[in-house]
Design a protein around this ligand. Sequence first.
Ligand SMILES: Cc1cc2nc3c(=O)[nH]c(=O)nc-3n(C[C@H](O)[C@H](O)[C@H](O)COP(=O)(O)O)c2cc1C
Length: 183
Amino acid sequence: MTSNVAVIIGSLRQASYSRRIAQALHELAPAGMTLTELPHGDLPIYNGDLEANAPQPWERFRTGVQGFDAVLFVVPEYNRSIPGGVKNAIDVASKPNGKNLWVGKPSLVMAQSAGPLGGLAGSFALKQTLTGSGSVVMPHPEVYLGRVATLFDSDGPMVADTKEFLRGVLANFDTWISRFASR
Ligand SMILES: Cc1cc2nc3c(=O)[nH]c(=O)nc-3n(C[C@H](O)[C@H](O)[C@H](O)COP(=O)(O)O)c2cc1C
């Protein structure tokens, strides 16, 4: 099937491992799956008082979430949770009342961290928020990329076995998306 998947990269820093992982996914995606970054770093913190004249970045982000078939998150763990900007992005697209764009939206979480646990706690926090907002989060296979620096050949490409693991994950996500596709 064909699917247009938004990619939310949880880290804003230039040399982010989350970004490097996201970039490596393009060549691993199954035929028909297109991955496109959906930026979130410019979203003002959610404040219902602003809804009367919603900030342009909110509108851009909401239009993005609405237009994509699914959303893939590549996130680092921050303090046993997720970066605040990612939580804010989810909040923004869940409002105003009656216009929660996450309901029924397929999603996938890829977590990574410098340490051995691979962002497990951050991943759980993100899945809790996504599930709570109505997204259908792919439960399996789970993606915890620990000791992330070792998953790349120095400044070069991702190592082969991680590539093959993620290729399989994306194939599963393709099937997951097709279950919920409204086409
Ligand atoms: C504010 C902050 C909090 C962090 N908290 C955790 C944490 O709770 N657990 C962990 O394993 N790593 C933690 N880290 C390390 C990052 O998860 C790790 O360096 C990650 O690979 C950074 O992702 P990036 O390269 O995409 O920016 C933290 C990093 C920052 C900046």
